[in-house]
Design a protein around this ligand. Structure first.
Ligand code: HEM
Length: 422
């Protein structure tokens, strides 16, 4: 039996458009951040998607990429790159438009805007996210991470996912934007409901809650401007005119959505891998100079998001007829392990160079927070191995089941021996 036959979508899967051949409607939820497993490499099953017997393009009937539609799926590195880079054919209009659940129709900015308009918003936001800007932020990032690790280092134990990874990126982000720390728990509750709760009413209530909050926050920053990114946007100008209220909200909202959960999920998967691999811990601890390439390799092997795009005109690809208005989803969960692009892709190689993975997307919508995410992960590893050089292990009895996607793993207790002299 071919790989494709094994994965045929079940009879109760959502209906698909009439032009989609039934034999191409497949069940690849395991590769779309939906199904947990407990493998050392939780993305290993995605190799099936690049089996020669597996169709180059298939149709995924369930809602994906934050939309309410099914989508065509590509799984090879070069096909994914085409979707990210061919802006004449693939649009981001309508991607991750959760605000529609609350009856609002303005675009998420910059993600929901196509070139050339997209460029002017990136030009406006980029100065806050360049490597130079990150260098300025680094002492603050190091301060937050160092203080938090210092608070538990002598305990010999921490739930690294829930009590650390979930918390520190949000503290950095609140700081950057100028959101009050008092909103911490409420923000995480809203974020969780929007991204991870299946019930539409729950998602809609959370979207309504955060948008009402953001409107108040923007008004405050307009009344009393300060040196934060939130204030810069609220009082922003583009092309010699003030940003419109919808542009301000579209940007503030999308930064809020993109900046909270992603680094947390990366940290939890990174420590799960390290906890299972003492030799890797030792290698990084003994050679901190490899931390930057190791961070890139952690990002490659733990893609969190499979991006979606809307097709702008009818075309044929790999013999499949795709229509204007169809959606295409790129499975980074497969493309990041394509042997056509990466030598020995299932090997974790902390010194890998030319590591052009898709975890932070590709093309013009390459993650705006990419340098911030990298910097946070790098500083974390530096501070960790300086402050806790002794090996750590996942606490015996822990359920290490992980969802290979944004949900990742919510609790990951780890333990280490505290030297008696301390
Ligand atoms: C490891 C952490 C992160 C991952 C894996 C990640 C992933 C991504 C991906 C895949 C996209 C593109 C989505 C698409 O093409 O459809 C994206 C875009 C974006 N991300 Fe991130 N992200 C991370 C951290 C952050 C942070 C910390 C921020 C902000 C503080 C951020 C802000 C954004 C913004 C604003 C965009 C839209 C860029 C554009 O459309 O030009 N991200 N991110």
């Amino acid at each position: 039996m071919s790989a494709a036959a094994i994965l045929r979508a079940p009879a109760d899967a959502p209906a698909v458009p009439a032009h989609v051949p039934p034999e191409l409607v497949l069940d690849t939820r395991f590769a779309n951040g939906q199904i947990a497993n407990d493998l050392a490499d939780p993305y290993a099953p995605t190799d099936a998607l690049r089996d020669p017997a597996f169709p180059r393009i298939h149709y995924y009937p369930w809602p994906t990429s934050g939309n309410q539609h099914g989508a065509w799926v590509v799984t090879r590195y070069e096909d994914i790159r085409r979707v990210y880079e061919d802006n004449a054919l693939f649009s981001t209009e309508g991607v991750a438009q959760f605000q529609m659940l609350a009856g609002e129709h303005w675009p998420s900015i910059p993600l929901g805007i196509d070139p050339p308009n997209h460029g002017k918003y990136r030009k406006f936001l980029n100065p806050w996210f360049t490597p130079v800007a990150m260098k300025r932020m680094e002492p603050r990032i190091r301060g937050i991470i160092g203080e938090m690790i210092g608070a538990f280092a002598e305990r010999g134990e921490v739930d690294i996912a829930h009590d650390f990874g979930r918390v520190f990126p949000v503290r950095v982000f609140l700081d950057l934007m100028g959101f009050p720390f008092a909103m911490f728990d409420q923000f995480l509750d809203w974020e969780w409901d929007i991204l991870h709760e299946p019930a539409i009413a729950t998602k809609a209530a959370a979207v309504g809650g955060i948008l009402a909050y953001l409107r108040g926050f923007i008004a405050e920053k307009q009344a009393a401007p300060d040196a934060t990114l939130g204030s810069y946007i609220a009082n922003g100008r583009i092309e010699d005119r003030p940003l419109t209220p919808e542009e301000v909200l579209g940007m503030t909202w999308f930064l809020w959505l993109g900046g909270l959960d992603t680094v947390a999920s990366s940290v939890s998967q990174m420590f799960r891998r390290l906890g299972m691999d003492p030799a890797l811990q030792a290698r990084i601890c003994d050679n901190p100079a490899i931390i930057p390439t190791a961070v890139e390799e952690f990002l490659r092997v733990q893609p969190l998001v499979n991006s979606g795009r809307r097709v702008k005109r009818d075309f044929t690809w790999h013999g499949v007829h795709i229509k204007e208005g169809d959606w295409v989803s790129v499975f980074n969960s497969s493309g990041n392990f394509d042997p056509g692009q990466f030598d020995a892709p299932r090997r974790f190689e902390p010194t890998r160079t030319a590591n052009r993975h898709f975890t932070l997307s590709g093309g013009v919508h390459l993650c705006l927070g990419a340098h911030l995410a990298r910097r946070e992960l790098r500083v974390l590893l530096e501070e960790w191995f300086t402050r806790i050089p002794q090996p750590f292990a996942i606490k015996p009895g822990t359920d290490t089941t992980v969802v290979p996607g944004l949900l990742s793993i919510r609790h990951l207790p780890i333990v280490w021996n505290v030297p008696a002299s301390k």
